[in-house]
Design a protein around this ligand. Structure first.
Ligand SMILES: [Zn+2]
Length: 100
C-alpha cells in the first residue's frame, strides 16, 4: 500500500564492466584495449591497411555468457566466448612458433 513498484533493476555488474547503464545499452562492457595492427581483408593480398584492433569483454544483461570481441569495428571482427579465447591463446602461440 502506497509502495511504488521497484524500478527495473540492472543485474549486478561483473568486475570488468565500465558501462554506466544510463543509456539504451543492454550489455555489460569492459574497457577496450587497443592494438595497432597491420591487417588485410581475407583473400585480398594487395589491400593491406593500418588499423587499430580493440579487445573488449561484453555480456548481455540477461545472459551468462561473456564474449570477447576482437576487431576494428568495421572491416574485421571476431566475437568468441571467453573459453574459446583461452583456447585460442595456446593455438596462437603454436602458430607463432611455426612462423618464426
Ligand atoms: Zn554492467
Amino acid at each position: 500500500m502506497g509502495e511504488e513498484a521497484p524500478a527495473e533493476q540492472i543485474p549486478l555488474c561483473p568486475k570488468w564492466c565500465v558501462s554506466h547503464h544510463d543509456d539504451e545499452s543492454d550489455e555489460h562492457q569492459s574497457l577496450g584495449r587497443e592494438l595497432a595492427a597491420h591487417a588485410r581483408p581475407l583473400n585480398q593480398a594487395n589491400d593491406a591497411y593500418e588499423t587499430s584492433l580493440v579487445f573488449t569483454i561484453h555480456r548481455n544483461l540477461t545472459d551468462t555468457t561473456a564474449w570477447i570481441y576482437i576487431g576494428d569495428g568495421c572491416r574485421q571482427g571476431l566475437d568468441i566466448s571467453v573459453e574459446s579465447a583461452v583456447g585460442a591463446i595456446d593455438i596462437l602461440e603454436a602458430v607463432l612458433r611455426e612462423a618464426q
